[in-house]
Design a protein around this ligand. Sequence first.
Ligand code: ATP
Length: 248
Amino acid sequence: MLEVEGLTARYGSIAALRNASLNVGSGEVVGLIGPNGAGKTTLLSAIAGLIEPAEGRVTFERDDITGHTPEKLLRSGVALVPEHRRIFADLTVEENLKIGGVTVAPAKRAELLDEMAERFEVLSEKWDVPAGFLSGGEAQQLAIARALMSAPRLLMMDEPSLGLAPVLVDLVFELIDTLRDQGRALLVVEQNAARMLEVSDRAYVLRSGEIVATGTGAELSRRDDLFDTFVGHDAGNGTPRHAQDGPR
Ligand code: ATP
């Protein structure tokens, strides 16, 4: 479904991402994990058309989408929930959602609005409230719902659980599960690596701008050389995944 081949992205003379290749199959949940500054956001931004890749190719459902604008990507079926949510604080919940649906036909947009109101109860209760008044958890749900308003076949999310209280982190991971059940493909950057591996079909590990490993959660969490990727991000009970797994 999504194929990324040899993607390199630079900020000035610094290559923040080097020769990255990955793929996401239809209905697959793929995690992108790695330490701070590894290039995860850069990789998503290059796929999503927010920054221009210096080299490489991105194809979606066999169409070359390299360097396409975010709007063109939305029309192709690819949406991004950006880091820090980036919702419009002065606009109401409903207005934010309608903006998310600009690329779909009006009848479909109305249908999707109803669907979002039903799925995100907390948003339906604050439909006419400016988004700037939402709590962090509500704002994250709005950011995800806004992306879903374009009816994407591939949804990319950048750090969806960042800064949320544990109960809301649970909610984000439940939502990832639900979206997978709907048959949607997901590519998710997560600092909570252990938790992400639990919900992923596969994951890629980025380090210093390069993809250094790929595999299923079980395969990756067994790799001693990746231990530092998991330390510091507990699985919800304060214990790194390795410690739970016991000696190998
Ligand atoms: P984090 O989890 O901290 O967001 P990340 O894995 O998403 O990390 P990126 O944000 O992609 O990493 O950053 C990769 C590298 O590129 C880092 O060294 C970062 O300092 C640098 N970088 C990111 N954005 C810019 C920018 N706009 N200008 C210059 N350098 C940047």
